[in-house]
Write a protein that binds this ligand. Sequence first.
Ligand SMILES: Nc1ncnc2c1ncn2[C@@H]1O[C@H](COP(=O)(O)OP(=O)(O)O)[C@@H](O)[C@H]1O
Ligand SMILES: [Mg+2]
Length: 355
Amino acid sequence: MSGQSGLESVLDFLAVPVLRVEEGSARVLSVNAMARTLPFSLERGAVLDEAGAPLPPEQHPVRRAARGEPLEGALFRWETPEGDRTFVVHARMDRSCTPGVATVTFQDVTRWQRAEVDLRRALGARDTFLSVASHELRSPITVLQLVLERLHRGARREETFSGVQVAERLEPALRQVRRLGVLVQNLLDVSRARNNRFDLDRERFALSSLVREVCERFAEQARHAGSDLLMEDCPQVEVHWDRLRVEQALSNLITNAIKYGAGGPISVRAEWQDGEVSLQVWDRGIGVADGDHERIFNPFERAASGHRVESLGLGLYIVREIARAHGGTVGITGREGGGSCFTLRLPLEATERGE
Ligand SMILES: Nc1ncnc2c1ncn2[C@@H]1O[C@H](COP(=O)(O)OP(=O)(O)O)[C@@H](O)[C@H]1O
Ligand SMILES: [Mg+2]
């Protein structure tokens, strides 16, 4: 076996693409098997800089390698018909012959780079969540403390309060305790969903009774925000779901519609077809940008603009997990007239364990 073909067969065996190019001219002398399987050309393809702009030809890593520049794990991004691919490039010049031969290796790190971007974004979202959650936990406790201290002080001074006065003083404390309860419940649900322990307690009931009940529960809150909460059509069907969980999912969607609905009307509508119920909550508010349609269903994620302090970014994640546990889905569907329309699709008969 000659030295050259021996080297070729070793290079063909490697799991990374390798090019050997002539010094100066950058003429490709050999391409290993891995490089041949790529659906684009490493030496001719467009390489992008950090900002996504094409690099000038003389900055192309293969050209740099042919000039004898040693590349020690530099990152480059290739533009390909199937999307950008990132490679770590190493190059070394061998001048034992004339002209010399540069060996260039390309390690594909596209997957890891994407994972890193996702991880960074998830960590950022979690940090924001921690600061928002601690604020959310502290403010009800502050209110509770004030109310209790005032009552306690009054009692020590032997002041007498009428029942009405006590009730009035306790009202803000009760509101805050409820808020605290919702927050803690959400945190519990997230940890349950994470551990895949969203077990369903299924029962048979009329779909319309659930929709009506939830709409009635939120009518006052919606009015307070200037919105009319309208219950549109609801078919007479019996469903086999975890009633409390689906109520919770619908409540989360309606709460969002009130919060982000800019005081416009909110419509809740149910339909059923082919063994599947779809529950729609449509508001006429700020809407959700196309690029955020998937992301906002992830835990701690909130769309970019107009953050409110009380927003934790957990509501839609919990809706998605409840849908999944029933063998269903949730998504945003476009609707004429702006705003956002969220559709929860659930099979009439919740499956054992939806994925
Ligand atoms: N009806 C809606 N209209 C516009 N944006 C919405 C709507 N519902 C949810 N969003 C966006 O999705 C994000 C995630 O929602 P959610 O998980 O319920 O968290 P939170 O309501 O605590 O912010 C919100 O922060 C908001 O940016
Ligand atoms: Mg919400």
